[in-house]
Design a protein around this ligand. Structure first.
Ligand SMILES: Cc1cc2nc3c(=O)[nH]c(=O)nc-3n(C[C@H](O)[C@H](O)[C@H](O)COP(=O)(O)OP(=O)(O)OC[C@H]3O[C@@H](n4cnc5c(N)ncnc54)[C@H](O)[C@@H]3O)c2cc1C
Length: 320
């Protein structure tokens, strides 16, 4: 079975590594230039990353750049809520992706040739999957130095219109904002001086109902494995890659692979629909109290998986 992986970000480089290591005839494609700095806060839960990398010969601890002690949350009132870390760190994502690709066959082009399976790991562009109703927010991120030491911070904009973040990264910081309002992004970043500016949209709508088309199968942000409330997409996208790898190792029949993958994805990520519903109804001020318990459960699980020891009482105070 010949497999092409289009897009070699977090999900594609991980899948290509797993397939190549297991002896599959797999080839990767990504036209991005060497040294291209992917817009991302580079934050992930070190426990989840360690689990994911246990299927490779790479040691996640060697990629960590900053570890959080506390994570500071605030909203419009600027009242600060502090939570303990459950493993959130920033890491050298570019070096990890380059190392994952070291033993793999790939080229800096778009896909050429014919394949039994074409994996769409092209992130927000979703290049090979059908166009469907989508929801994205625009983001701008600065790489900068700050005089005063800062913790990991999230500051939510009014009515679910996005958030501003500061993530320490070695001796620098990632300071960024994602929002449906450009004014929010601009005003929150105004106090900072960028050494580098990067920008792209982030998909916040789960598209798990549209993850394949013919011999194309999607993973990662292409299918919306991004938390609608935190924008966390690295670990979820790598998890989706692992689920496709599992389905491919279980069968060599395309339809069976697609069926198995779909049920694994639904089981792992269905809660993103609850979180997306929370986000959209928060934006429209149509939150229904009867859904509160499921919103709280899904939010708590989501934030804990990102590596933040979020307490229900805090979620209640902040979001309801
Ligand atoms: C500003 C910002 C900050 C973020 N911060 C965090 C964070 O701190 N933690 C976190 O967990 N998540 C974060 N995310 C989300 C996270 O970065 C993504 O969800 C995750 O990296 C998605 O991985 P992916 O492999 O699906 O896609 P990507 O990593 O986006 O990779 C897609 C790849 O496809 C390639 N490509 C595009 N078109 C084609 C084509 N036609 N052919 C071949 N290749 C193609 C691109 O060059 C790219 O390399 C952030 C997102 C943004 C925008």
């Amino acid at each position: 079975m010949r497999i092409a992986v289009a897009g070699l970000g977090s999900s594609g480089s991980y899948l290509l590594h797993l397939l190549s290591r297991s002896g599959f005839d797999a080839f990767g494609f990504d036209p991005k230039k060497e040294g291209y700095y992917i817009p991302c806060g580079y934050a992930a839960n070190r426990h989840s990353m360690t689990d994911l990398l246990s299927w490779t010969n790479l040691d996640f601890s060697t990629y960590i750049e900053s570890k959080a002690e506390e994570i500071v949350f605030s909203g419009t009132s600027r009242r600060e809520l502090r939570f303990r870390s459950r493993g959130i760190v920033t890491f050298d994502k570019n070096r990890l992706e380059a190392d994952l690709l070291k033993e793999c066959k790939w080229s800096r082009t778009t896909v050429n040739g014919s394949y039994d399976i074409l994996v769409d790991a092209t992130g927000v562009s979703r290049r090979y999957l059908p166009k469907v109703e989508d929801y994205r927010m625009h983001t701008i991120e600065y790489i900068t130095s700050l005089e005063e030491k800062k913790e990991f911070q999230f500051r939510y904009f009014p009515q679910g219109s996005g958030y501003f973040w500061i993530f320490p990264k070695g001796n620098k910081y990632h300071v960024g904002a994602g929002s449906s309002s450009i004014a929010n992004i601009k005003s929150s970043l105004a106090p900072y001086t960028p050494e580098k500016i990067v920008s792209r949209d982030i998909r916040l709508k789960p598209l798990l109902h549209s993850i394949s088309d013919g011999n194309v199968i999607g993973i990662g942000e292409a299918i919306g494995t991004v938390s609608p409330i935190t924008g966390e997409g690295i670990v979820p996208s790598m998890k989706s890659a692992f689920l496709l790898f599992t389905a491919i190792t279980r069968s060599n029949d395309l339809n069976t692979i697609k069926e198995n993958y779909f049920s694994l994805i639904k089981k792992e990520f269905n809660r993103y629909y609850t979180l997306y519903d929370l986000l959209r109804s928060f934006q429209d001020s149509t939150i229904q109290k009867r859904k509160a318990i499921s919103y709280i459960r899904a939010s708590k699980k989501d934030l804990r998986e990102f590596g933040i020891d979020f307490k229900i009482s805090h979620v209640l105070r902040e979001f309801l």
